[in-house]
Design a protein around this ligand. Structure first.
Ligand code: FAD
Length: 490
């Protein structure tokens, strides 16, 4: 559309055949001409460049050095950037909040990093109750803004996570009521791999809209504007309850009971087990069980009674605002624990009896691999029927989520920094094998927001062939496939 004509200018300007390491600087030189140096930073020592390069939750991604960082302020800038990168044949990455731990998903070495962080406008339409925002804010900023209208958008359970979350589905404390973050999409502005700027909705570019609702970021184009259904927000009853590990069985029973029987969509939990590398001294001092309990409303009734009845060390439950909920001290410590972090994911039904298998596999691995990690955790995240119903009621998403209840398991390993490549690879291989040892449920999708690249999560979606077709249609010459990271469509 508007900007595709620029491609020819770039083709003429860029030395054809530039490849490998030279392509990044060639793209940066072109982009500096077209976007000016105020939007293209090649100075590896500038605070702006360092902010983009260092701002990853997985510190390994910060070890790469982009040839330059581009800071678009409009969809037109993004279009120009993609065309310049394409013309130079450079590698690139699109970065929003920088929380995806997979290598080269939002980081790039010797290529162009498109940092969306300057695109932060947000609006609320009181007549339609729709919220429109650009991709550069983190969810905490969006929650603060929409709280002024007593509204919110469905997004991260932690303030610091970026908007890329919704392209991977997006599991929120509000999801049991309203579905995944992507279910709330009503219209997206997307810059396609060829530089065209298009709208995707239920009536325009319907296939693209389908794929972008949970079928992954950096695959079909760059979202430059989200219009989503906002939701009412008031007081919450929420907090963390922390237990000694000798309560593991009681808490596991309570989590499984909640996954299977809770029917109150205002009640949301994450059950997490944490292990430190320090010795246990036979007293389990190296481990803890932490519950996140969040109720949308000031009175949770007996929704969390099974958890609060178990003897515990700490209970921070109380009345909170939504911005407080996503800044609770325990989740914030996860946010702050930036390091050499890798996620893996599992998916199970309560009746397939894998809850206990997953927990003991993780526990055995964690006990016998001390020395390779500074922190490890296993989190249980319920997907109730109310969530899958809410998703369906809005048209369903790219996962076409089968009826709940079922649950996702998120595994985290934060390896010791400075490991040799061989030791790092060995630690990751053992972690991978431990996760693989718990068989996933047939017919359920792996959650791409918690997945490792090698788990090939899109292939577990019933919609995979359809997504492969959409990918081919919007990235016909494999520009994104070949020049940036992301999920496999093979
Ligand atoms: C501490 C922590 C807490 C988390 N909490 C949650 C949670 O509550 N719920 C949940 O569902 N997930 C959660 N996640 C997982 C998180 O959603 C994913 O890691 C997600 O990919 C992060 O998005 P981002 O914008 O922060 O990261 P980025 O790494 O910047 O982006 C993620 C991916 O999306 C692509 N992308 C980003 N923006 C765009 C765009 N506008 N157009 C096209 N592609 C784009 C990027 O290229 C990248 O591949 C959490 C992760 C961490 C580390």
């Amino acid at each position: 559309m508007i900007f595709s004509g620029l491609l020819f200018v770039f083709l003429a300007a860029a030395p054809l055949g530039v490849s490998g390491l030279a392509a990044g600087p060639a793209a940066c030189a072109n982009l500096t001409d077209f976007l000016t140096s105020s939007k293209v930073d090649s100075n590896e020592l500038s605070l702006q460049y360092l902010g983009s390069q260092k701002g990853y939750w997985n510190a390994v991604q910060s070890s790469y050095a982009p040839s330059c960082v581009v800071y678009p302020t409009s969809s037109q800038d993004v279009s120009v950037a993609l065309q310049g990168i394409r013309a130079a044949g450079s590698r690139f990455a699109i970065k929003a909040g920088g929380h995806n731990p997979n290598t080269f998903f939002s980081s790039v070495d010797a290529g162009v990093l498109i940092d969306l962080g300057s695109m932060t406008s947000m609006l609320y339409n009181e007549d339609t109750t729709l919220a429109t925002y650009e991709p550069g804010s983190v969810f905490g900023d969006l929650y603060d803004y929409y709280a002024r209208f007593n509204r919110t958008v469905v997004g991260a359970r932690l303030a610091g996570v970026g908007t890329g979350l919704a392209l991977g589905g997006g599991l929120s404390f509000l999801s049991p009521q309203y579905g995944m973050a992507c279910d709330g999409f009503r219209e997206l502005e997307v810059v396609l791999p060829n530089g065209d700027i298009v709208t995707a909705s239920n009536t325009t570019n319907i296939d693209l809209f389908f794929a972008m609702r949970g079928g992954g970021g950096n695959a079909y184009g760059v979202v430059t504007k989200y219009t989503v259904q906002s939701r009412p927000i008031g007081e919450f009853y929420a907090g963390n309850v922390i237990y000694l590990f000798n309560q593991t069985t009681a808490v596991s029973d309570a989590i499984q009971n909640f996954i299977q029987y809770n029917e109150d969509p205002k009640a949301s939990i994450i059950g997490t087990y944490e292990m430190l590398p320090t010795p246990s001294f036979g007293l389990d001092l190296d481990r803890a069980v932490i519950m996140f309990l969040v109720y949308d409303g000031p009175d949770a009734g007996d929704a969390f009674q099974n958890f609060t009845n178990i003897p515990h060390l700490v209970n921070t439950l109380g009345i909170k605002t939504y911005p407080d909920v996503v800044n609770m001290p325990i989740p914030m410590s996860t946010e702050l624990s930036r390091g050499d972090n890798i996620f893996r994911v599992g998916v199970h039904r309560i009746d397939d009896d894998t809850f206990q298998t997953a927990l003991s596999n993780w526990q055995n691995w964690a006990e016998s691999n001390k020395g390779s990690y500074v922190l490890s955790s296993i989190d249980f995240q319920p997907i109730p029927k109310s969530l899958t119903d809410a998703s369906k009621a809005q048209g369903g998403n790219a996962m076409q989520m089968p009826d709940g209840p079922w649950y996702w398991v998120n595994y985290l390993i934060s390896t010791v920094s400075g490991l040799s490549q061989t030791d790092y690879d060995e630690a990751q291989a053992k972690f991978r094998d431990m996760v693989k040892n718990t068989t996933n449920a047939e017919g359920l999708p792996l959650f791409i927001n918690d997945a490792n690249y090698d788990q090939n999560p899109l292939s577990t979606f019933s919609t995979y062939p359809k997504l492969q077709g959409i990918k081919k249609r919007y990235d016909p010459d494999n520009f994104f496939t070949n020049y940036t990271g992301g999920w496999s469509f093979d």
